[in-house]
Design a protein around this ligand. Structure first.
Ligand code: C2O
Ligand code: CU
Length: 560
């Protein structure tokens, strides 16, 4: 058994070696592949003076008309296929990605960014061209069981199904991903994930006030670490613990850079990692740049919160405003996941002692600092506006520091839950290393609902993690909930308290995934006011996808 400190040291030295070597290897590859079609675009000519550092070689992918993350403003039905194709993600050989492919306005699209309005009916069909069952799960949406896309309703290889959802959610960044039993980790790691942006009147009003254009200074940052081999393939081993990557993709671009104007940007971060909890911060010369958190999983907060970093667990989203206006032209800002104590404590039994370096060669261990991408601040003069290129050159900019509205939405404070029934959930691992929720393991104990909730009722769910454990991002299907209390939180979490009940800024929004640290007890308030009658079965699970696939999941039913 390898103790965790040694694991960490080992990991750091291996990872440092890999990081040091990587940029040179890429440059060599790129030189040899200039003829490759669709090879990684080279930085715009204007980028040379304020160019990126060696690690950050590729421009960030911006949602466009075609390809990965193309913008799709849904007005009618969209047909998607789940399939595998090669994409030029890294310099050199193409990377086979499992993805949701389609055609939109004459263009081939992959894992599109879907834009829908509150109240609209989203209609997406899936034609499964993979060799195995898959689904499209609409993470965070209020849906009925049939359209939830959980593993309870797999779409077998060669089969089709149509999802039809009347969008009842608040505006916000949601996402969709594959969710077949025991294969979610593999399929999401292989690429089956995309973003869904919901709009409503409050959101449109805020956009108007901020004056930031989507795709220009309002950008999604889909962050996922991947285990990549020397032939540019994404590798995954089913049954492994906590699949963490040796490379970081932001918008399917490895370690990218983005040229920005010295002004305000709205960045919508989504942690699409299988298992890695991120701690994003914007660093200028190693100093954290203050940003404002304006939204969480389920949309806008009532008011912005100034922060220097936040914890973003797998499946969580954070909507932030970052002001580059005080930085000089040429300044570089690194979006780094800061190091933190991962609290991955082995069980006393010693059962939970996988050697992560064996599983993930050259991966930074959980909790280690990790550079995600870089922003280069371009000069804001006429030369920049005039040359009409991509990134900052195309961005509308002004040096005026934009005002951040003091009030963002009409979201009420978390409810007073005195008198609500409390349903306790204990998260733990047994001596075999299997994960449980209330002693229930999805594979051992079956898929029948573990309990039933009456529709129209409100409940407090109390999630209690074991003392020696791991942080678990707990996700509930079919609802958005409110975090109402954190107890016995680690210092790093306690120090973020801004409201009664130990709540930090991220707890004050609507959420569908909440991180529960070892030793911690977190209470969430759920209003089961779904409009769906009959018997609706949903999942409650850990969104560490390896934990989910190992059975840290249960089914519950909402009935009339
Ligand atoms: Cu994002 Cu049950 O999943
Ligand atoms: Cu977990």
């Amino acid at each position: 058994m390898v103790d965790s400190r040694r694991r960490q040291l080992l990991g750091l030295s291996l990872a440092a070696a890999a990081l040091g070597a990587a940029p040179f290897a890429w440059r060599a590859l790129r030189r040899g592949h200039h003829h490759a079609p669709n090879s990684a675009p080279t930085p715009a000519p204007g980028a040379s003076t304020a160019g990126p550092d060696a690690l950050f070689q590729q421009p960030l992918r911006i949602p466009g008309r075609e390809g990965l993350m193309a913008d799709v403003h849904l007005r009618g039905p969209l047909a998607l296929q789940s399939r595998v194709d090669g994409f030029n993600v890294f310099p050199g050989q193409p990377t086979p990605l499992w993805h949701y492919a389609g055609q939109w306005e004459g263009h081939a699209i992959a894992n599109p960014v879907l834009h829908v309005a509150h109240g609209q009916t989203l209609q997406v069909s899936l034609d499964n061209r993979l060799q195995e069952a898959t689904t499209v799960h609409w993470h965070g949406l209020v849906v009925d069981e049939a359209n939830d896309g959980s593993g309870l309703h797999p779409v077998e290889a060669g089969m089709q199904r149509a999802y039809r959802i009347r969008v009842a959610n608040r505006a916000g960044l949601y996402w969709y991903h594959a969710h077949p039993h025991q294969r979610t980790g593999l399929q999401v790691h292989a690429g089956l994930a995309g973003l869904l942006l919901v709009e409503d009147d409050e959101e449109l009003a805020l956009r108007k006030r901020l004056g930031l254009q989507w795709g220009d200074r309002d950008l999604p940052l889909l962050i996922a670490d991947k285990q990549v081999d020397t032939a540019n393939r994404l590798v995954y081993r089913s049954g492994a613990d906590d699949w963490i990557g040796n490379r970081v993709l932001v918008n399917w671009t490895p370690e990218p850079f983005l040229e920005v104007v010295p002004g305000l940007y709205r960045l919508r971060l989504a942690n699409v990692c299988n298992a890695r909890v991120l701690r994003p911060a914007f660093l200028h010369e190693e100093q954290a740049l203050e940003f404002h958190l304006i939204g969480t999983d389920g949309g806008l907060l009532a008011q912005p919160w100034p922060m220097e970093d936040l914890f973003l667990a797998p499946a969580q989203r954070a909507d932030v405003l970052v002001d580059f206006s005080r930085l000089p032209p040429g300044a570089r800002v690194v979006l780094r996941s800061l190091d933190y104590v991962p609290m991955e404590n082995e069980d006393e039994s010693g059962a939970f002692a996988p050697d992560p370096m064996g599983d993930h060669p050259a991966a930074e261990p959980m909790g280690a600092g990790l550079d995600l991408m870089q922003f280069c601040v371009a000069g804001c003069g006429d030369d920049v506006r005039g040359n009409g290129g991509r990134g900052a050159a195309g961005a509308s900019g002004s040096r005026r520091a934009a005002a951040i509205p003091a009030s963002l939405s009409s979201l009420p404070a978390p409810p007073d839950t005195r008198g609500w029934p409390v349903r306790p959930f204990r998260l733990h691992m047994d001596s075999q290393g299997a994960w449980f929720i209330n002693g229930h393991n999805f594979h051992r104990d079956g898929h029948a609902p573990a309990f039933t909730v009456k529709r129209g009722t409100r409940e407090v769910w109390e999630l209690r993690n074991a003392m020696t454990s791991m942080p678990h991002p707990i996700h509930v299907h079919g609802v958005q909930f409110r975090v109402v209390e954190r107890r016995i939180s680690p210092q790093d979490v306690r120090s973020r308290q801004v409201a009664e009940g130990g709540l930090g800024p991220q707890d004050l929004g609507c959420n569908d995934t909440v991180l529960v640290w070892p030793g911690e007890t977190v209470r969430i308030a759920i209003d089961f006011d779904q409009p769906f009658d009959g018997n609706q079965q949903y999942m409650l699970h850990c969104h560490n996808l390896e934990h989910e696939d190992m059975g840290m999941m249960l089914t519950f039913a909402v009935t009339d």
